[in-house]
Design a protein around this ligand. Structure first.
Ligand code: C2E
Ligand code: CA
Ligand code: CA
Ligand code: CA
Length: 271
């Protein structure tokens, strides 16, 4: 994981800053990799905050590249966004996740898929997603879609309509990266959501600052007031686990428990 974290960032920065040709090559390679379905998803387990047992997962895309190794999304998602490849990439991720859930059969756990705003706001997204879901035979309640505030910046009313239509299918909706945006708290009241994901930045602050624990407690209790499930991301130590559990989190996702795992390894962790 550590090599795949470092190497790809250099790859994208190179391509972006100093080498326009490199960027064009990378774009072409990514486009082809998506068309040829060469991307894969890793699943990072989510655990019950009190017991630490595996109860769900988040799908995170990876690009197994013949020369560059396993490339992390930080290296190609920004490019994919810039050049408008996110809808295609997202369609592929959806089908990979549905396949993975199918393959888990009765052992399948609720799994989250990151949806970019381009993809989410594409006309026909709901119909497309519904058809994929039906063809896969996967139970809708096993699928969560993770959205960020950015989906609502352009057109909130439209965004909320799409969210409602997705919930009508029986899938759950999660607001990702909470605490990194702007009008976060007021959004919570307006959006049809099932889950809130508190960003790693909050967890990191716990180590530095006494008041952070009480901020986290209040955010979690407000979320619970709104009947949202709360996932805290980025727990890396036992102390952080204790603080996050004490603050009332429902689920935890972090390296202390599990890193993102290739499908076969994830399956071995299922109860
Ligand atoms: P994200 O959605 O916030 O996903 C969580 C990221 O935090 C993942 O990085 C995960 O490996 C990392 N993480 C989890 N626990 C810990 C921890 O304890 N410590 C640390 N240091 N990191 C932790 P990853 O897989 O590199 O993904 C980065 C971002 O790329 C994601 O952030 C998401 O914004 C985007 N991304 C990944 N896969 C997809 C995808 O399929 N579609 C879209 N649209 N975006 C994706
Ligand atoms: Ca996410
Ligand atoms: Ca996140
Ligand atoms: Ca993030």
């Amino acid at each position: 994981e550590s090599t795949s974290q470092n190497q790809p960032i250099a790859l994208y920065q190179n391509a972006n800053q100093s080498d326009a040709l490199g960027k064009i090559v990378l774009e072409a390679e990514l486009k082809r990799a998506i068309e040829d379905r060469e991307l894969v998803v890793y699943l990072q387990p989510q655990v019950d905050a009190n017991s630490g047992t595996l109860v769900g997962s988040e799908a995170l895309v990876r690009w197994p590249h013949p020369e560059r190794g396993m490339v992390s999304p930080g290296a190609f998602i920004p490019l994919a966004e810039e050049v408008g490849l996110m809808p295609e990439l997202g369609d592929l991720v959806i089908s990979l996740v549905l396949e993975a859930l199918q393959g888990m059969g009765d052992k399948a756990v609720p799994t989250s898929i990151n949806i970019s705003s381009d993809h989410f706001l594409r006309s026909g997204f709901v119909t497309y997603f519904q058809r994929q879901l039906e063809e896969s035979g996967v139970a809708p309640h096993l699928v969560k879609l993770e959205l960020t505030e950015s989906v609502l910046i352009a057109n909130k009313e439209h965004g909320i309509k799409v969210m409602q239509a997705l919930r009508d299918l029986g899938v759950k909706l999660s607001l990702d990266d909470f605490g990194t945006g702007y009008s976060s708290l007021s959004y919570l009241l307006e959006l049809p959501l099932d889950q809130l994901k508190i960003d790693k930045q909050f967890v990191d602050a716990l180590d530095r600052d006494q008041r952070s624990s009480s901020v986290m407690k209040h955010v979690i209790s407000l979320a619970h007031e709104l009947e949202l499930e709360v996932v805290v991301e980025g727990v890396e130590t036992q102390e952080q686990w204790q603080r996050v559990a004490a603050a009332g989190a429902d689920l935890i996702q972090g390296f202390y428990f599990f890193r993102p795992l290739p499908l076969a390894e994830f399956q071995q962790q299922l109860p």
